[in-house]
Design a protein around this ligand. Structure first.
Ligand code: GUN
Length: 295
């Protein structure tokens, strides 16, 4: 294996220590801790595990978290009531609704009910619009984590050809805007399930970011030697040998791609820890902006 492993876990640990120090300083000044409100509807095991991870990271950074856990049957009205309660809670600076919801058809309505000033996921149309316009906003945590990771790993971005695979609202689409904005200056190609001959694009890319949600999406024959590969995928593959009964794999054929790439993120321990770290940073930013009278 020749690629440098971009260790998100180690990078995130350093960043979280910096954020914890900033949180402590903010608390000294303001007299309270920043607060994150989380709405979890239903019992999707992956969502439960993500939310627990976010709450633990908050506690370690000195951020207060308040979870509203609703039954899957709570529906639109129940989830809206929870979001409104968190919007109105003065001790809560940041609100997120864990996705997917049991009924994905209501996700847009629910996200639009979040106070844009507390929208630390950056999913509200106002914040997405600001991102597209290059204005100060909450940027979705996974794209922000990918950017931070590339920057801290000193991967050149200005002028680089980046191929993003996956056009989701959570990762691919916002990442394409983030990487192409002034100051980052990458040239971005956004590929997706209907892209004809994906390898035609990935083979010429300096950086490939894979956020397709499907194991084996990127294989070694699809990259050029020396490319940088970022794997955003988190897939549970049944594995009876593991206590949990599954193991996590990304979207990239890791061993073979790592033998050809110059740098690659592992799964787990790559982008995931960076995503949670960016949530902490966005929550602290939300608290600062609210105490400062908003934007
Ligand atoms: N589900 C998967 N990723 C995310 C995320 O970043 N935020 C929320 N709210 N839900 C998710």
């Amino acid at each position: 294996m020749s690629a440098r492993i971009l260790d998100g876990k180690a990078l995130a640990a350093g960043l979280r220590a910096e954020i914890a120090a900033e949180v402590a300083a903010w608390q000294d000044k303001s007299g309270r801790a920043p607060g994150l409100g989380v709405v979890l509807a239903g019992d999707n095991p992956a969502s439960r595990s993500y939310v627990t991870g976010k709450e633990k990271a908050c506690a370690a950074a000195g951020i207060l978290s308040r979870e509203i856990h609703l039954p899957a049957a709570a529906g639109r009205a129940g989830i809206l009531t929870a979001v409104q309660a968190l919007n109105a809670d003065e001790t809560i600076d940041a609100v997120l609704v864990q996705l997917p919801l049991p009924d994905p058809a209501i996700e847009r309505d629910i996200i639009e009910a979040i106070d844009p000033a507390k929208d630390v996921d950056g999913f509200h149309p106002l914040n997405i619009g600001r991102l597209v316009l290059g204005q100060t906003t909450f940027v979705p945590c996974t794209p922000l984590g990918v950017l931070e990771m590339l920057r801290r790993s000193e991967v050149p971005l200005a002028g680089a050809a980046v191929v993003v695979i996956g056009r989701s609202q959570i990762v691919g689409r916002p990442l394409s805007f983030l990487l192409s904005q002034k100051g980052v200056d990458a040239t971005v190609t956004l590929c997706h399930t209907r892209t004809f001959d994906l390898a035609r694009f990935t083979r010429t890319a300096d950086i490939v970011v894979v956020a397709a949600g499907r194991p084996g999406t990127l294989t070694a024959d699809m990259i050029r030697p020396g490319a940088v590969v970022v794997d955003v995928g988190v897939n549970r593959v049944p594995d009876p040998a593991r206590p949990a009964g599954y193991r996590l794999v990304g979207d990239v054929d890791f061993e073979a791609v790592a033998a050809k790439a110059s740098a690659i993120t592992p799964v787990p321990g790559g982008v995931g820890p960076m995503t949670v770290t960016m949530l902490l940073r966005n929550t602290l930013d939300a608290a600062r902006r609210r105490e400062g009278g908003g934007r």
